[in-house]
Design a protein around this ligand. Structure first.
Ligand SMILES: *[C@@H]1O[C@H](CO)[C@@H](O)[C@H](O)[C@H]1NC(C)=O
Ligand SMILES: *[C@@H]1O[C@H](CO)[C@@H](O)[C@H](O)[C@H]1NC(C)=O
Length: 325
């Protein structure tokens, strides 16, 4: 539903909320009550998809979203590691975009976080306009998590999704940083004002990709009167709130299987010299690869002209391109 949301124009009328495909009733209500925030939700969804595709660009599953497929394909409707990543990055994207919109003054409902103020122990002045991550996280919790809560949050899949949604938001919280600006005569840092800022989204994506690589396979277990997810292998250390968890092993993603939303790796560009997953051996699943000479247009012999532009020539370079059979 986030892929659908990310592709709509703008959300400025209550009517648009009704027309958005894939939202559940509670989300439609939230959409109508928070119209001005919805554009950020849309931007957050877009950011999440772009980041997912960047982080997975060299892997067999490359986070492709096709209109003909249920959002990210069935891989994500199953409880796989890939689904864990998609849920985490999406809830993070929403929290991130809403937070940024708050600080930039676009929204009436929220602004800067002014609870961080005064003089810090390190002697700098807080600017009074820190990123309001608490608002962004709370909005993501209510808008994104409501899908699981409405299903009755005790199914294994709902528990998995809720856990990974939270892990996504934690990835922002643990990478918050302090940014500063110097004031004073010709840039001397006589007075320094600082604010708490969200990290670049790329950093969030990178952190979550590492969590994906180390994700824990879990199974539901009765704990007291409720259910919880515990590691399937008792020898593994228990996962933390920041780790990703999944319930089912992933397919190998080698062959196309449209019913499951798996595109397969035929035609994908691979790296002949790499031994990692982007290498032709692994990416092409041992099927071999084609090699073609292609001409690449590049800028070359660039000269700097005073002042101030750069002039380049167009050069053609022959490169070998390898694609999976
Ligand atoms: C993902 O891989 C498929 C083929 O398996 C390709 O058609 C598609 O363009 C790729 N998507 C991205 C975003 O690289
Ligand atoms: C291919 O893989 C090798 C070894 O991992 C790496 O040094 C090289 O930069 C890669 N080439 C491309 C085009 O990514």
């Amino acid at each position: 539903y986030l892929a659908k949301l990310s592709s709509v124009g703008s959300i400025s009328e209550e009517e648009t909320c009704e027309k958005l495909k894939g939202l559940i009733q509670r989300q439609v209500q939230m959409c109508k009550r928070n119209l001005e925030v919805m554009d950020s939700v849309r931007r957050g969804a877009q950011l999440a998809i772009e980041e997912c595709q960047y982080q997975f660009r060299n892997r067999r599953w490359n986070c492709s979203t096709l209109d003909s497929l249920p959002v990210f394909g069935k891989v994500v409707t199953q409880g796989t590691r890939e689904a864990a990543f998609v849920y985490a990055i999406s809830s993070a994207g929403v929290a991130f975009a809403v937070t940024r919109a708050c600080s930039s003054g676009e929204l009436e409902k929220c602004g800067c976080d002014r609870t961080v103020h005064g003089v810090s122990p390190q002697g700098f002045q807080w600017s009074g306009c820190s990123d309001n991550i608490a608002y962004g996280v709370a909005f993501s919790q209510s808008f994104v998590d409501v899908r699981e809560r409405s299903k009755g949050a005790s199914s294994s899949r709902a528990l998995m999704n809720l856990h990974n949604n939270e892990a996504g938001r934690k990835a922002i919280l643990t990478h918050m940083r302090v940014e500063c600006k110097c004031h004073g005569v010709s840039g001397s840092c006589e007075v320094k004002t600082c604010w708490r800022a969200v990290p670049p989204f790329r950093q969030v994506g990178h952190a979550l990709k590492e969590k994906f690589d180390g994700a824990t396979e879990v199974e539901p277990r009765r704990v007291g009167s409720s259910r919880a997810l515990v590691p399937r292998n008792a020898q593994f250390k228990p996962h933390t709130d920041e780790d990703l968890v999944y319930l089912e092993p992933s397919p190998d993603f080698c062959e196309q299987d449209m019913r499951s939303g798996v595109l397969g790796t035929r035609g994908r560009t691979c790296n002949k010299t790499s031994k990692a997953i982007d290498g032709c051996e692994l990416l092409c699943c041992g099927r071999g690869f084609h090699t073609a000479q292609v001409e690449l247009a590049e800028r070359c012999s660039c000269k700097f002209h005073w002042c101030c532009f750069v002039k380049c020539r167009q050069c053609q370079r022959l490169v070998e391109l390898h694609t999976c059979r």
